[in-house]
Design a protein around this ligand. Sequence first.
Ligand code: FES
Length: 159
Amino acid sequence: MRANPDDRLTIGEIIRRTGVSASALHFYERKGLIFSERGTGNQRIFSRHMLRRISLIIVAKRLHIPLSDVADVFATLPADHAPTHKDWQRVSRAWRKQLQERRRAIERLEHELTGCIGCGCLSMKACLLLNPDDTLQGRGPGPVRLQNSADRPRRSSTP
Ligand code: FES
């Protein structure tokens, strides 16, 4: 018999296929990220299409995307049947903006790693120029030059 997205899988099969622990699955279920039903003997049974949700949770965790953001996105998906391609397209659009912001933050970090990040350490040559006497502390705590794009030096429009 061929597998299909509406197959029912035991928690053991879900654990084997995803590598996620039973306690993590319970946690995701409590958070409303995944759903199960009760089968014979009160055993928890999952639809096969939950594998995709669990896999996306794993990836989101690796990317440090908060589970609350994942939950917001998953809340728009049907729980009683496998989401369609169109459903996932909608999810993808919702997620794209967040991922773009993350990409920009990573690019900024990559770019600024050898420069002054405005953290108050004054340990780089560039700090003398970009954060003399830690003047950037007036803009708030943390590496303000990484956090706020407005703190980035602006290029002069005159040549
Ligand atoms: S890198 Fe820390 S203040 Fe410049």
